[in-house]
Write a protein that binds this ligand. Structure first.
Ligand code: 5GP
Ligand code: MG
Ligand code: MG
Length: 183
C-alpha cells in the first residue's frame, strides 16, 4: 500500500518510509553495541509492532529471538485505561533473558507501564523498551524508553503497523488521515 492507494483519505505524510528505515537502522546500531556478546529476546506487542519488529530484527547483527504478546486495554473509548488484559502471552520463559520490548507507539504510556511491571515480575536479566514513535503525553508516565524512533505531536497517526479500524497498517510511512475518514 502507498500514498496513491489512499486517494484523498491521506491528510499528510508525517514520517517518510526512507526516514523510518534510516532511523530503525540507527537504533539497531545502538542496540548491537549495547547488547554485544548477548542474545536478545525481542518482545513485540501485537498488532501494531509487527512492522517495526520485522525491520528492527532484520537490521540487527546480535543474535535475536522473537516472541509476541497481545494485550488489550479495558474500558470504553479511545484512551487507554491502564487496566490491561492479556490476550496472548509469551511462549518464552524470560527468566534470565535479555528482553527488549518492541512497541509501535507510546501515547499515555499506560499500556507499557503495565507491561513493564508484568514482565519485570518474571525476572529477566534485563528489560528495555524500543518504540518507533512517542507522543508528548508519554512524559507523564515515569518510564525510561531507551530507544525511541521519533517524537511526534499529539495527533492520531496511521501506517507502519498503526491502524484506524484495522486499516492502513500496511502503509510504509507514518501519516495522518483526512477528517472526512473519521466522520
Ligand atoms: P497508551 O497506553 O500508550 O496510551 O496506548 C498505546 C497504544 O495505543 C499503542 O500501542 C497503539 O496501539 C494505540 N495508539 C496510541 N496512539 C495511537 C495513534 O496515534 N494511532 C494509532 N493507530 N494507534 C495509537
Ligand atoms: Mg502498541
Ligand atoms: Mg489500534
Amino acid at each position: 500500500m502507498d500514498a496513491a492507494d489512499m486517494g484523498n483519505d491521506l491528510e499528510k505524510v508525517l514520517i517518510s518510509e526512507d526516514d523510518l528505515q534510516a532511523r530503525i537502522k540507527e537504533l539497531a546500531g545502538r542496540i548491537d553495541e549495547d547488547y554485544e556478546g548477548k542474545e536478545v529476546l525481542l518482545v513485540g506487542v501485537l498488532k501494531g509492532a509487527v512492522m517495526v519488529m520485522a525491520d528492527l530484527a532484520r537490521a540487527l547483527h546480535v543474535p535475536v529471538q522473537m516472541d509476541w504478546m497481545a494485550v488489550s486495554s479495558y474500558g470504553a473509548g479511545t484512551k487507554s485505561s491502564g487496566v490491561v488484559r492479556v490476550l496472548k502471552d509469551l511462549d518464552t520463559d524470560i527468566l534470565d533473558r535479555h528482553v527488549l520490548i518492541v512497541e509501535d507507539i507510546i501515547d499515555s504510556g499506560l499500556t507499557l507501564h503495565w507491561l513493564l511491571e508484568n514482565l519485570k515480575s518474571r525476572n529477566p536479566a534485563s528489560l528495555e523498551i524500543c518504540a518507533a514513535l512517542r507522543k508528548p503525553d508519554a512524559v507523564k508516565v515515569p518510564i525510561e524508553v531507551k530507544y525511541v524512533g521519533f517524537d511526534i505531536p499529539s495527533e492520531f497517526v496511521i501506517g507502519y503497523g498503526l491502524d484506524y479500524a484495522e486499516r492502513y497498517r500496511n502503509l510504509p510511512f507514518i501519516g495522518t488521515l483526512a477528517p472526512h475518514v473519521y466522520t
